[in-house]
Design a protein around this ligand. Structure first.
Ligand code: XMP
Ligand code: MG
Length: 178
């Protein structure tokens, strides 16, 4: 898989340090609130499972899947719930964990649904943010790294379901998808 990577953006160690930092911040913020930490499948899974292990407070985990890019690198703009939560969010302090925010369409839709289900609060933590590509007005509450407009893979992020298991995050060689 390494041969398909043009450039490593964040090493395994850099990611681990950032996750520790975010875990510390969230632990303070959510002390005594028993937050419901929601992973947006599938890309958010490695980040979420690492992050919760850096939060030394009681919390609950749940998982949600929404339609994403499929085998393309462009957002379709169509967001569909493929797997809903098993937990009620009513009155809960919700933390949505995302791998990356691009246009922001996926997340603004999710935030909207969870607010309408009467969560006590909804915040977003994303590992990566591509602010240059935003088409809706949305800022993550907590962000690991801002990145330029390039297609990245690894640590949960895929191209056509591949590369999610890379321990680092890198830019994919354009010839791989063009
Ligand atoms: P939107 O545009 O709704 O998209 O903010 C968020 C989702 O798009 C996927 N995405 C990427 N996946 N490398 C990826 O592997 C990327 O560079 C990339 N940019 C967007 C991702 O699934 C994210 O949840
Ligand atoms: Mg995703």
């Amino acid at each position: 898989m390494d041969k398909d990577i043009e450039k490593v953006l964040f090493t395994e160690e850099e990611i681990a340090e950032k996750v520790r930092e975010l875990g510390r911040i969230l632990s303070k913020e959510y002390e005594g609130k028993n937050p419901l930490v929601i992973c947006v499948l599938r890309g958010g899974a490695p980040f979420m499972t690492d992050l919760v292990r850096r939060m030394d407070i009681p919390l609950e985990m749940d998982f949600m899947a929404v339609s994403s890019y499929g085998a393309s690198t462009q957002s379709s703009g169509v967001v569909r719930i493929m797997k809903d939560l098993d937990t009620s969010v009513e009155g809960r302090h919700v933390i949505i964990v995302e791998d990356i925010i691009d246009s922001g369409l996926t997340l603004s839709y999710l935030i909207d649904i969870i607010r309408r289900r009467n969560a006590a609060s909804v915040k977003v933590v994303t590992l990566l943010d591509k602010p240059a590509r935003r088409t809706v007005d949305l800022k993550p509450d907590y962000c690991g790294f801002e990145i330029p407009d390039a297609f990245v893979v690894g640590y949960g992020l895929d191209y056509a379901e591949k590369y999610r298991n890379l321990p680092y995050i890198g830019i994919l060689k354009p010839e791989v998808y063009s």
